[in-house]
Write a protein that binds this ligand. Structure first.
Ligand SMILES: O=C(O)[C@H](O)[C@@H](O)[C@H](O)[C@H](O)COP(=O)(O)O
Length: 266
């Protein structure tokens, strides 16, 4: 049985008994958002990340979702991508293709992956350009505040250091306010070259889900969600604060083990 609570501007926090329970509830959450977006605007623009996330959304390939979700209306993006060949084991695209995209009837032209044959800088520029075209035609919505794209859902994992997408602690790209997509060439985790959505894009989404499991993330979850003092380091995950959208944390018990549950309104 999941425990659920709200934490002021830190979003809704759902703590699950097991990974199986978490993935079942996550699949349901995504299917519901897909249905609502398709009904409201005829499309579902979803951004994926790498790591354990793709495995955790795997139930979408199974019944009933494989038949009930309107896959023809899905448009796939990546919140971050490693600048490697698409058939490389490090590629977030490959991971999503193997784990999800090849198993459900998504329209191939709706899959918006990066150009893997150019530099990180060029890949970021091209990716932003292609998103701009899709915002113009409203395949991707547009934020009411500023001109940012408004993805229907951005799915993010989080590293033990509190990084999200490829926004790592103390990296200057955390301060990027003008670009939608930027790049790094010095990732503290291999591979070094990556492209990433910037915080303004993440915080303009209609929905952001942080999917975080395992006890190695417990401290970063605490620092990202709890009311900690100003002396405490503020991980990038704490900067995820959708302006108009909804933030939901999907945690397992180990990842939630350092959360201050007394601050929880269940
Ligand atoms: O490119 C990366 O470095 C990963 O994709 C990364 O951003 C991932 O989302 C987190 O590190 C969480 O990964 P896990 O869920 O596998 O722990």
């Amino acid at each position: 049985m999941a425990v659920s609570g709200a934490r002021d501007n830190r979003g809704e926090v759902r703590i699950h008994e097991s990974l199986d329970e978490l993935s079942a509830i996550l699949a349901d959450y995504i299917a519901e958002l897909s249905e609502a977006s398709v009904k409201e605007r005829g499309a579902f623009a979803i951004a994926l990340s790498g790591g354990s996330l793709v495995g955790l959304i795997g139930k979408l390939c199974e019944a009933p979702y494989n038949k009930t979700v309107d896959w023809s209306k899905w448009y796939i993006f990546w919140a971050d991508e490693r600048v490697v060949a698409k058939n490389h084991t490090d590629s977030n695209y490959k991971q999503a293709k193997d784990g999800l995209l090849s198993k459900v009837p998504i329209v191939p032209s709706h899959v918006h992956s990066i150009n893997d044959s150019v530099s990180a800088e060029e890949a970021a520029e091209e990716y932003e350009f292609s998103i701009r075209q899709l915002v113009k035609t409203r395949v991707v919505g547009v934020s009411e505040i500023g001109d940012c794209p408004k993805f229907d859902l951005i799915l993010l994992g989080m590293g033990p250091d509190g990084h999200i997408a490829s926004l790592f602690p103390n990296n200057s790209v955390l301060n990027e306010r003008d670009e939608w997509v930027t790049f790094i060439t010095d990732s503290p985790e291999p591979p070094p070259e990556r492209i990433t959505f910037t915080l303004p894009v993440i915080n303009s989404a209609s929905n952001v889900a942080m999917v975080v499991t395992g006890d190695s993330k417990a401290e970063a979850v605490h620092l990202a969600i709890d009311d900690v003092g100003h002396d405490c380091p503020s991980p990038p995950a704490r900067m995820v604060q959708p302006m108009k959208g909804k933030l939901v944390w999907f945690l397992d018990k180990p990842a939630a083990s350092k959360l201050d549950r007394s601050q929880f309104s269940e």
